[in-house]
Design a protein around this ligand. Structure first.
Ligand SMILES: C[S@@+](CC[C@H](N)C(=O)[O-])C[C@H]1O[C@@H](n2cnc3c(N)ncnc32)[C@H](O)[C@@H]1O
Length: 241
């Protein structure tokens, strides 16, 4: 019987995936092999999509900041969807053809581009994913959502995760490095609602990092109902899909 966590798939491919990353990441990027081949970091996204976006209909998906395509391969709800993966880092681009040679990514096309300047044509997307990208100081959640909203179909879904501005004090108090862009969860909720989205799922996330880091995050949640990261799924108003 499979013991895959909810919403994850193809975990038997993980050792090979890691091997491909290790063999092909250039110098300076090798630490990413371990990072991207840890499937727990995809658990919240996978569970949310399993709950709200699983089904026979083929969806047109935009994955912004796709990295070396772990999302496309290991998230069950994304299997066989019509995916446009976009990332601006040239070092990750070769993995599209390397993984295609392994029989993966058959329905995923790739564009090397910066989301801040990319244009989109063609039909709107049924699902847009911003997984583990909005921590980037150069990206502003509100500006990115404002840019992407017109290319999301009515009733389409938008997945976002972000780092909590309200736990910044704790990070500083603990002397931890805090180079991430953070957002106030209340402001994010208000912005999404006023911007034409209904939030249909909202969760604290504790899945990334080592076991010790995960335990720390769970304790923070248990004691203070505070999370350093949140993930949510929002539906564009205007239709059920
Ligand atoms: C931590 S990785 C996450 C990759 C993937 N979403 C995942 O979770 O496996 C962040 C990715 O966002 C990409 N990224 C950051 N800013 C970007 C931008 N402005 N346009 C396109 N990609 C960007 C980086 O190149 C990197 O691959």
């Amino acid at each position: 019987m499979s013991s895959d966590p909810v919403g994850l798939t193809n975990l038997d491919f993980l050792p090979r995936y890691r091997e491909i990353l290790e063999a092909n990441l250039p110098e300076g990027f090798t630490e990413f092999a371990q990072f991207f081949s840890g499937p727990q970091r995809l658990a919240t996204l996978a569970a949310m999509l399993a709950a709200h976006a699983q089904g026979p209909r083929r969806r047109r998906v935009l994955n912004v900041g796709s990295g070396p395509f772990a999302t496309e391969i290991f998230v069950a709800a994304l299997q066989d969807q019509d995916i446009l993966a976009l990332d601006y880092t040239p070092e990750f681009a070769p993995f599209h053809s390397l993984l295609a040679q392994e029989g993966r990514l058959a329905t995923t096309s790739f564009r090397q581009a910066d989301i801040l300047t990319a244009d989109f044509d063609g039909p709107p997307f049924d699902l847009v994913i911003l997984h583990d990208i909005l921590y980037e100081p150069a990206l502003d959640l509100e500006a990115v959502v404002t840019k992407l909203a017109p290319v999301i179909a009515p009733g389409g879904l938008l997945y976002i995760d972000f780092v909590n501005a309200r736990t910044r004090w704790l990070w500083r108090a603990l002397g931890k490095s805090d180079r991430f862009r953070r957002y106030d969860p209340r402001r994010v909720r208000r912005f999404m609602q006023e911007g034409g989205f209904d939030i249909i799922d909202w969760r604290p996330t504790h899945h990334a990092g080592s076991r010790a880091v995960q335990t720390f995050h769970r304790t923070l949640w248990a004691l203070f109902r505070a999370s350093n990261n949140y993930a949510f799924l929002a539906r564009a108003k205007g239709g059920e899909r």
